[in-house]
Design a protein around this ligand. Structure first.
Ligand SMILES: C[S@@+](CC[C@H](N)C(=O)[O-])C[C@H]1O[C@@H](n2cnc3c(N)ncnc32)[C@H](O)[C@@H]1O
Length: 386
């Protein structure tokens, strides 16, 4: 539904300035300061005119409630509703669900609501659905472990499709129902829900609980090929920091940045035209100590290629055959995962790195012609998966 442009929108928004967070990025990691002592932070995506927002916030005054809505003409109505009810625990962001990790720090959110999101019925627009795996992977960045997504929709096709998306992004499903109100109204209704319920449309609902990400075939194969090493998937900068803080040689190759910034960059950078499910940041532990990091992108730059964005080994484990063992295992793991070749770009200001890759069987494809992320010249190297 398209909202009619509101007259005096700006004036009405200003009149709700106590609830309207104009610079949400400034609150990243600090949202609870808005309600000191808040037990939980609940987040709603696409709150529309805010009936559910206001009623839910009113029933849990000890919890902080933040609603995100990208259409200000709808959001202003939601804000006015909450203001007129005197609610002090609810705040609004006129922003996009795709930018959640800019607004919230890792683990900051306990519960996330997606109510009656736009279904985007054609396949070519599937990636715009707020329950697409790529969106869900973004939400898991800000959700605490065990945090939940509560999803409701009238659209059965969207619902059935979404049930496949949740597990792919590491959410365990529960409370799955295709007729929520079969025995009378359950829970708090949204504006859309009331409309559809009155028309007799059954309402679908499920809960997704954040658990571990599903096994990544290449990580499983790598673990099998490297006895004595434990392979995990990194999700937050803290998973990488113990190694990044030691590897000053690596940090000096990058634009000046701290280990924290570098770890965030490893986790968040995705090559052009790639989606988050193609990328895996793996951490390799030896004797319970973080010993190596691999940043891998499957099917990039072409189908059946494995691109190594980064391979970092702890300084005290170098020159003992560990690097070669990991790279040999990686090329075999790539083969087992159905990939044909392993490719990487090595900065030309890193001749030691180049010598390492040549020594472990990688051949130069092109030299000096391609530019790295920051415009620096790189060697492109490749080895067949085997
Ligand atoms: C169909 S309405 C549902 C509104 C409300 N949740 C309800 O159930 O009554 C979907 C809402 O989500 C908002 N929306 C869609 N995509 C969004 C996004 N990427 N970020 C934030 N809001 C979004 C739309 O502007 C719209 O207000």
């Amino acid at each position: 539904m398209r909202m009619r442009k509101k007259k005096n929108l700006q004036r009405r928004m200003e009149a709700c300035s106590d609830l309207w967070i104009r610079d949400p990025v400034a609150y990243r990691g600090r949202w609870r300061e808005l309600l000191p002592g808040a037990q939980k932070l609940r987040l709603e995506l696409g709150c529309g005119k805010g009936r559910f927002t206001a009623d839910t916030a009113a029933t849990c005054p000890g919890e902080l409630y933040v609603a995100v809505e990208r259409v200000p003409d709808a959001m202003v109505i939601a804000m006015e509703r909450c203001r007129d009810r005197g609610l002090k625990n609810v705040f609004f962001i006129d922003g996009d669900a795709a930018a959640l990790s800019d607004y919230f720090a890792p683990d900051e959110v306990d519960l996330l609501y997606i109510n009656f999101c736009d279904p985007w019925p054609t396949v070519k627009h599937a990636a715009r659905r707020l329950t697409h795996e790529n969106f869900l992977r973004g939400y898991r960045e800000v959700l605490a472990d065990g945090g939940q997504i509560h999803f409701k929709t009238d659209n059965r096709d969207l619902f059935e499709w979404s049930l496949f998306q949740f597990p792919k992004a590491g959410f365990e499903l529960s409370e799955v129902t295709r007729d929520l109100h079969a025995n009378g109204i359950q829970g708090i209704l949204t504006d859309y829900e009331e409309k559809f319920h009155n028309l007799g449309t059954p309402i679908n609902r499920c809960v997704g609980t954040k658990g571990p990400l599903p096994d990544v075939p290449i990580a499983v194969a790598l673990g099998e090929l490297l006895p004595g090493w434990e392979v995990r998937t990194a999700e937050k900068p803290e998973d990488l920091l113990p190694l990044y803080a030691q590897c000053t040689d690596f940090l000096s190759l990058e634009e000046p940045c701290t280990p924290q910034e570098s770890a965030e960059n490893t986790l968040n950078s995705i090559p052009p035209r790639c989606v988050p499910s193609q990328k895996h940041v793996l951490t390799l532990y030896k004797d319970d100590k973080l010993a190596a990091v691999l940043d891998l992108v499957e099917n990039y730059p072409r189908p059946r290629f494995l691109f190594v964005g980064l391979f970092l080994l702890a300084p005290d484990l170098r020159r003992q055959g560990n690097g070669r063992a990991i790279v040999d295992a990686l090329t075999t793991a790539a083969d087992r995962a159905g990939l044909d070749r392993v490719r990487l770009a090595c900065l030309q200001c890193n001749p030691q790195g180049h010598a390492f890759w040549n020594a472990v069987g990688f051949s130069d494809l092109r030299e000096g012609t391609l530019m790295g992320e920051n415009g620096a010249p790189v060697w492109i190297l490749q080895k067949l998966a085997q």
